[in-house]
Design a protein around this ligand. Structure first.
Ligand code: CP
Length: 322
């Protein structure tokens, strides 16, 4: 499925048609999106030069979202697009058993330039892209446990501000519910493409099983102190409370925090300039303490800010006039 995703999103000449996954996304496309994001971060388009003026963009979100949906809407509007939101899809035909394919064809027939799609099923964005007519872009806003490419781009862009485009010298720990995390997969793919080789997946065995080592090709460590020892980046993942207090982990939220949370004591043992990422929404007192979340090492709000420029770059590339 990921093979077809990486093929489906590129034209024969290597142009980006959809954004479905960061797996195998060529570095030159990533660097080009980053360069465009730099420009949008520095200067928003003036009202008379908005590249998506007169275009329609639709957010189709089958799952709740604060950051991704708002960032797509706000960035599309800043590029001049008209935006329609189908939130949690309650008002759409999906509740009447319309297929995803029919939803895509319907929105495309209305003249939309593209959609951002969030869906609970792995591969939903690929299905949507496979149904899309020419000149209609599908952007994966998160599908199941599979991929969240604009979050991965945002996270890498945020690190790039500090260290530049070569990640080969970075040690990175991705911590938490790696097993169920689309953010972990997209981060892993882009960090690796940008050169990182020391990537550690850290969490309790139930959320970060040893099998992931072969599946994802990164080192699995089930002890927090070992996992984050000497790293440059701690990329925390959200842990769903419902996975705790259940048979799945055998850990309460408090026990999870004690064993895998990043608090000021743990932070004090790391490099002074260690960068702490979290895609949000954060669970204070579970994955991260208040002091760390609000402290100088945390880049969490910078990620949110950068998510705007990155999504403007993606929207301009996929929905703008070529
Ligand atoms: N990071 C992220 O995907 O957050 P939302 O669920 O709020 O979009």
């Amino acid at each position: 499925m990921n093979m077809s995703a990486s093929k489906l999103q590129l034209s024969d000449s290597g142009r980006l048609l959809h954004l479905l996954t960061l797996e195998d996304l060529p570095p030159k496309i990533i660097y080009s999106l980053f360069a465009a994001a730099d420009k949008f971060a520095a200067h928003k388009p003036s009202p008379d030069a908005r590249p998506l003026s007169g275009k329609l963009f639709v957010n189709i979100f089958f799952e709740s979202s604060t950051r991704t949906r708002t960032a797509f809407e706000a960035s599309a509007r800043q590029l001049g697009a008209d935006v329609v939101n189908l939130d949690r899809i309650t008002m759409s035909g999906e509740t009447k058993s319309e297929t995803l394919r029919d939803t895509v064809l319907t929105i495309a027939a209305m003249g939309a330039a593209g959609i951002a799609l969030r869906h609970g099923e792995n591969g939903a964005a690929v299905q949507a892209a496979a149904a899309a007519p020419p000149n209609f872009a599908v952007i994966n806003g998160g599908d199941g446990e599979n991929a969240h490419p604009t979050q991965g781009l945002t996270d890498a862009y945020t690190l790039r501000e500090r260290v530049g485009e070569d990640f080969s010298g970075l040690s990175i720990a991705i911590v938490g519910d790696v097993l169920h995390s689309r953010v972990a997969r997209s981060d892993l793919h882009i960090f690796r493409t940008l050169g990182a080789t020391d990537i550690r997946l850290v969490g309790p065995p139930s959320l970060c099983p040893q099998e992931l080592q072969d599946e994802l090709g990164a080192t699995v460590i089930n002890d927090m102190a070992d996992g984050i020892n000497g790293v440059d980046v701690v990329a925390l993942l959200r842990v769903q409370r419902e996975r705790l207090n259940a048979d799945e982990t055998g850990l309460s939220a408090a026990e999870y925090f004690t064993r895998f949370g990043l608090d000021e004591k743990r932070l004090a043992g790391l490099k002074p300039d260690v960068m702490v990422l979290h895609p949000g929404p954060i669970n204070r007192g579970m994955e991260i303490s208040n002091v760390v979340a609000d402290g100088k090492n945390a880049l969490i709000l910078r990620q949110v800010k950068n998510g705007m420029a990155v999504r403007m770059a993606v929207l301009n590339e996929l929905c703008g006039d070529r």
